[in-house]
Write a protein that binds this ligand. Structure first.
Ligand code: FAD
Length: 885
């Protein structure tokens, strides 16, 4: 329906309906910038705000000690260099009053208040399919009819109600940190209770302790907190910003967290204990959350062991500050990895517990039984109280959105119903079935895992740019498709599985609100990658959106924007940026040199019990080998391993990190064989070396520390080919006995006409033309059907049990699958792993492609099973806390 006809319907029961192009809910950081951008883009607009002034978070959270925890030079608008020049922050972490003044300053500077209706709570919203407009109902004042409806209602703006019986009986004063009285609270001489030790509690407790006669802190779950070392903005950061403001801001936009720090590459096990301690002490001294969360070592946020090192350091610090050992122990978190729950920045937090007027009550040991008129009673004591401060946090990310109820989309469906099993969205921005509806920093976007100022600007820019583009193209509606939304959920899950967030019960996962569906709600893939995905959606013709308009053909370019695993996407993106010439253009030696250089830049493999080397007897002479022994007492079963490299590249060391990783996971010896390469040694040199090496290793098993008896074989790519061929030769030539074969993305056949060769011909590192080149160097066309290079053409009956892993984006995918099917059809026990979102190198790029871990876990289980060993013990990890903080 055209806007002119809609405008004719100008009233409802509450009076005249306000007509605008775009309605915004909220006037915090996001709402203010939205108003500014929408106006500049020529949209009529109104912002509806429950508070009586701008500021959002910073309007409501006025508790003592409220500050930002991202350095203020980073936690600012960056869209207008003149605005940046016009405002100077007084502190590294500004206080709530200063941030509120800043947002007021921004509102005045761009004259935003004239389009904000204050003291106006939005109560419901209904999509009118015929009019293609939203009708927004408010608690007071006229409703609003708008083409587009944007929720800028904040991730942390719906305070969580207390969950303790008897609060209503309490006759003293009650305050919520998230709704602190504007004229302050006089706590002098009073007995105060603070319930909750999240960020707001940790910020306010030291200041409340200074005023109160006595402060009792009721703690359910301790949090990691670090000293903020507040003061002026640190000179190094300020200089970086002043030196190249535009560059600094751009780096922030492309970074993982929205703060310009580089990706850390050193992994914890590469550093000595002294180096790790030095890094930690430096981070502790900086008082910078993003720094300590990202700059210690590369595995701190993705690996339980790398993370545990930091937890130990912080617990040590707590022990050094807090004098009473029981109190110190109670303050030490043990139930979550560092960073899985938002750590806090503090000023004198731990030292506050040394004050004589402060008591910590550990609710894990003595839960609250009741709140009476003037006391809080636990299992063990009753504490007289005049004032209760609830610092119990928020119904994060979804609370403020679903508080508007119902938001009714297409077909009369309400958002709360659609989200009954957890929030679903496309890009965290839109929801299928809710046309022209947007969320700023909604669930599914980086939001609370980022510097929100950067994320808010990115979201607002993206939304307003798209609205302007739609208008320009004559479209009235935009709506995410179900397929795109489902794809996003998959990608969200892939990203979350990379991090340790899933190991903690937190407000990131909804665990702090009783009855809330649990799952990691923010996007864990990083701010820069997220931005590039949003841009990709646009560059691919609004991928995953249905667009319609009165005078244009409807458009729907359906699909999933990210099908790769997140780390694979990063690796391939980096390779694409390097714009390398095709590997085959280097020639064999040039390609070998390149590979050696490339491998040298990889993170080192993890320590194993011992690494040795030696020479074994190949088909036509001695061959080098590398031996990886577990740290446990032997003898161990032996896996003979063949590296990848198209029969042309690599050596016994080139898959070193993988061999180490698998040696650790299997508790078995890995012997990596340096077989001969083409073009110097063409077919069947590699195959015959593989067989001869296996025979030699089996015969010398005891000598090299292995269990006598059957060996196992494994290999990746061309190495997988050699392993498969070895099994056939061993069967046909009377041994050695092989207990099992692990084939990772193996070459099994000489035809190039299977779909995966075309689907993944370019763009995934191993290209179709590179495979042609490898084949040409290794094997003359006349020999290619020989089972010693195309084992799929050989007889596959009577082979050892196999585990065959293939990757979705690999030219070799289909021949690996075909081999598995052929083995199964011949009665060989086969386990197949089809690794979704992975490319040819994913599973062997240990510690670069972290999402390959689960595949390696499965491979290790298979190898142990083949060897007749019991299931490997997996690291106990973290037990998820029974209750949330
Ligand atoms: C104490 C505290 C410290 C923080 N520190 C940082 C930090 O250092 N760095 C960082 O990146 N982030 C921080 N955050 C997160 C912070 O919320 C965001 O940085 C940012 O302020 C969010 O802005 P926003 O405009 O999206 O939402 P908000 O600032 O929350 O504003 C949302 C507005 O919407 C209004 N609203 C909600 N529902 C309705 C409705 N139904 N009708 C009408 N109005 C409605 C609310 O009244 C509110 O004013 C902090 C949060 C808190 C609570």
């Amino acid at each position: 329906m055209p806007d002119s006809m809609v405008a004719a319907r100008t009233s409802d029961s509450a009076g005249p309906i306000q007509q605008v192009d775009v309605a915004v809910v909220g006037a915090g950081f996001a709402g203010l910038y939205l108003l500014h951008r929408l106006r500049k883009a020529g949209f009529s607009t109104v912002a509806l705000e429950e508070a009586d002034d701008v500021g959002g978070t910073w309007y409501w959270n006025r508790y003592p000690g409220a500050r930002c925890d991202i350095q203020t030079i980073d936690y600012s608008y960056t869209f207008d260099p003149e605005l940046e020049a016009a405002w100077t922050w007084s502190e590294k972490y500004a206080t709530q009053p200063e941030i509120l003044r800043y947002l007021g300053f921004v509102a005045d500077r761009y004259d935003l208040r004239r389009d904000i209706r204050f003291k106006t709570r939005v109560t419901k919203a209904t999509w009118d399919d015929a009019a293609e407009r939203w009708l927004i109902t408010t608690a007071n004042g006229p409703s609003v009819s708008c083409r587009h409806y944007i929720m800028a209602t904040g991730c942390l703006s719906a305070p969580k109600p207390p969950e303790i019986d008897g609060v209503k009986d309490f006759k003293g004063e009650i305050y919520f940190t998230g709704r602190w009285p504007h004229d302050g609270v006089d706590l002098a001489g009073k007995r105060v209770a603070v319930i909750g030790t999240g960020s707001s509690g940790i910020q306010s407790i030291p200041l409340i302790a200074e005023q109160a006669a006595h402060l009792t802190v009721f703690q359910r779950t301790p949090n990691f907190a670090l000293p903020a070392h507040n003061g002026p903005a640190p000179a190094d950061r300020a200089n970086l910003l002043q030196g190249d403001r535009a560059g600094y801001r751009e780096q922030a936009r492309q970074s993982m967290t929205g703060v310009p720090y580089p990706q850390q590459t050193a992994v914890s096990w590469q550093l000595s204990e002294a180096e790790r301690r030095a890094r930690f002490e430096e981070a502790w001294g900086k008082g910078d959350l993003v720094y300590i969360l990202t700059q210690l070592w590369a595995d701190q946020g993705v690996d339980v062991d790398g993370n545990a090192l930091i937890c130990d350091f912080i617990r040590e610090k707590i022990g050094e500050v807090v004098k009473d050992p029981d109190t110190a122990a109670a303050l030490m978190p043990h139930d979550h990895p560092f960073g899985a729950k938002r750590p806090c920045l503090d000023t004198n937090y731990y030292a506050t517990y040394n004050r004589p007027n402060v008591t910590l009550v550990n609710l894990r040991q003595e839960p609250i039984k009741a709140i009476t008129t003037d006391s809080i009673t636990t299992d063990k004591r009753s504490v007289g109280i005049d004032v209760i401060v609830f610092a119990t946090g928020f119904d994060a990310m979804t609370g403020a959105i679903t508080a508007v109820h119902p938001i009714t989309g297409r077909g009369g469906k309400s958002l709360s119903d659609v989200w009954a099993h957890g929030p679903e969205s496309y890009l965290g921005l839109t929801v299928a079935g809710f046309p022209n509806f947007f969320m700023i920093t909604g669930p599914g976007s980086p939001s609370v895992l980022s510097n929100m100022a950067v994320s808010i600007e990115q979201h607002v820019d993206w939304v307003v740019d798209q609205l302007a583009a739609l208008r320009q193209a004559g479209f009235n509606t935009i709506e995410a498709t179900e397929a795109a939304q489902a794809g996003w959920a998959k990608h969200m899950g892939d990203c979350a599985s990379l991090t340790l967030h899933r190991l903690a019960n937190t407000w990131y996962t909804g665990a702090n609100v009783p009855g809330k569906v649990q799952g990691v709600m923010p996007y864990c893939g990083g701010v820069g990658p997220y931005r590039s995905i949003c841009d990709e959606v646009v560059s691919r013709g609004m991928l995953g959106f249905k667009l319609s308009g009165p005078n244009v053909a409807a458009q729907c370019n359906d699909g999933e924007v990210v099908r790769l695993q997140p780390d694979v996407r990063l690796v391939l993106g980096m390779l694409a940026q390097m714009n390398l010439p095709p590997l085959e253009s280097f020639g064999a030696q040039g390609a070998r040199d390149f590979l050696a250089q490339f491998n040298a830049a990889r993170p080192a493999g993890r320590p194993v019990g011992a690494v040795g080397d030696g020479m074994l007897q190949g088909a036509e002479g001695p061959l080098p080998y590398k031996l990886y022994k577990p740290a446990t007492a032997g003898p161990h079963p032996i896996v003979v391993y063949f590296h990848g490299g198209g029969w042309v590249l690599g050596d016994e060391l080139s898959d070193d990190p993988f061999c180490r990783d698998m040696c650790r996971r299997t508790d078995m010896i890995f012997v990596s064989v340096g077989y001969r390469h083409a073009p110097e040694h063409r077919f069947p040199a590699a195959a015959e070396d593989g067989y001869a090496a296996t025979k030699w290793i089996a015969a010398h098993a005891t000598e090299i520390g292995g269990t006598p008896g059957p060996v196992l074989v494994a290999g990746w790519s061309a190495g997988g080919n050699i392993a498969a061929v070895t099994c056939q030769l061993a069967r046909d030539r009377g041994g050695p006995e092989i207990a099992g074969q692990l084939l990772i993305c193996p070459v099994t056949d000489c035809t190039f006409d299977r779909p995966s060769y075309n689907d993944n011909a370019t763009g995934y590192f191993l290209t179709r033309s590179l495979m042609f080149w490898f084949w040409d160097l290794y094997c003359a066309p006349a020999d290619r059907t020989d089972p010693r290079v195309s084992p799929l053409r050989g007889r596959v009956e009577g082979l050892p049990p196999a585990f065959i892993a293939t990757c979705e984006f690999d030219p070799l995918r289909d021949e690996g699958v075909a081999y598995a099917e052929a083995l199964a059809a011949a009665g060989v026990a086969v386990e197949q792993l089809k690794a979704r979102g992975h490319f040819h190198s994913s599973l062997t790029m240990v510690d670069v492609v972290i999402t390959g871990v689960s595949a390696r876990v499965q491979m290790a289980h298979a190898l142990r099973r083949f060897a007749g060993l019991p299931e490997a013990q997996t690291s106990p990890g973290y037990r998820i806390a029974a209750a949330a903080s």
